[in-house]
Design a protein around this ligand. Sequence first.
Ligand SMILES: Nc1ncnc2c1ncn2[C@@H]1O[C@H](COP(=O)(O)OP(=O)(O)OP(=O)(O)O)[C@@H](O)[C@H]1O
Ligand SMILES: [Mg+2]
Length: 388
Amino acid sequence: MARLLLFGGKGGVGKTTTSSATAVALADAGLRVLLVSSDPAHSTSDSLGVELGPTPTEVKEVPGLFGLELDPEARISDYIPKLSESLGPLMGGDEPDLNASEMVLPGLDEAMAFDELLKHLENPSWDVVVFDTAPTGHTLRFLALPEIIEKWSSKIIKLHRMTGGIRAMMFGAKDGEKMRVELEKFRRRVLHVRRILSDPELTRFTLVTIPEKMGVNETVRAYEALIDFDLPVSGCVVNRITPELDHPFIQRRIEGERNHIDSLKEALPALDFTEIELRDSDVHGIDSLREIGSLMHGNIELEEGLGPFKIGLGLEASRGTWKDGDIVYLHLPGIDREDLSLRSEDGTLFVGVNEREHPVQFDRPAKASEVKAKLEEDILRLTFPVRE
Ligand SMILES: Nc1ncnc2c1ncn2[C@@H]1O[C@H](COP(=O)(O)OP(=O)(O)OP(=O)(O)O)[C@@H](O)[C@H]1O
Ligand SMILES: [Mg+2]
C-alpha cells in the first residue's frame, strides 16, 4: 500500500506548486510516485509542463514520476448509478435534473474522489501518492457519512417493514433491500477511506499558506478541522514570502510577514514549518520544481527513511516459503476482515477490497479454494499449496 501525502490550503497559495515539487523530489530520490490532481483547470499539467489525463502519464524528465488528473465526470458515473438508482425511489421524485444520491448524502462527490484515490493507493505500482488538493473542513463532511448512512439504513428498514404493501406497489418488492445493500457497501468503503486517511503511518497532510493575516487564520481553522476528524497534519509551508531587499517598503512588508509567521508557529507548535520566498516569476517546469523541492525537503536520503514520508513495509507482495507452501504477504492497512474477498479466474488469484479486485502476482496458476488466507495486523497472508 502506498503512502499518501495531501496538500491543502486556500486558493492560489501554492498547493499545486508544492505538491508537484514534492512529487518530483520523491521520484528523484528513487521512489515510484503518482501525482494526482482533481483540479479541472489542468494546473498540474501546467506546473509539470506535461499533458496529463485520467490515467497515469509518465513524466519523462523525472524517472519514476507519473501524473494523473481525476476525471470528475467519470468517477461519479462509475458506480453511482447503482446507488442513485436505489435511492431514487425513496426521494419520490422523477425530476430528471436532480441527482437523488447527491441530495441525500452530503459530500458524496468527495467520497467518490477519495474512493478513487484509494484505488491508486492500493495499486502496488506506487510507493507514494501525492494528492494536489486536500479536503477542507467543508468537504471533509463526507467522513461523517458512515454514521449518517447507519441512521438512514435503519430508517429505510423501518420504512420497508411499515409500508410493505404500498412500498411494494410503488418501488417493486426488492428495492428496499437492494437500497440497503448498496448503502451498506458504500458505508464500508467510506469507513475504509476514513481509516486510511487517519492513519499517520500512511497519510500526512501539509497545509500551504501565505504570510498574511487571512492566511494565518484560515490555516489555524483548517488545522483544527483536520484534527477534529483525527487526520494527521504534519507540516505547514509558508509560501510567497517577500525576499530581503533594501527598500523601506519591502522592509515594512517583511516585518509584517514575520509577525504573521511567528503567530502561526505559535498557534501550531506541532507542525514542521517550511518557508518559501516569492520568486521573480511563476514556478513552472521541472527545474523550478526541483528548486522548490529541495527548499522543502533538502536531500532525501532513502536509506535513512524519509522522515515524515517513511517508507516502511514492502508495498507489493513480499514472498516467503513455509513448509505448508509458498506464502505471499500483502500489506493492507485499515482493512476489516469483511472488506476482503478472494476469487480466482484462469489461474490468477484476485484479492478484493470492498469488491475492488487486485490480481496477486504468483509464479504458477492458483485456485482460490486452495489458497489459505489469514489477516493479521494489516498483513494478509496468502498460503499457496505446496508445489507438486
Ligand atoms: N514562491 C513562488 N514564487 C512565485 N510564484 C509562485 C510561487 N509559488 C507559486 N507561484 C505561482 O503562483 C501561482 C499559484 O500557485 P499554485 O497553482 O501552486 O497555487 P494553488 O494553491 O494550487 O492554486 P489553486 O487553489 O488555484 O489550485 C502559480 O502560477 C505558481 O506558479
Ligand atoms: Mg492548484
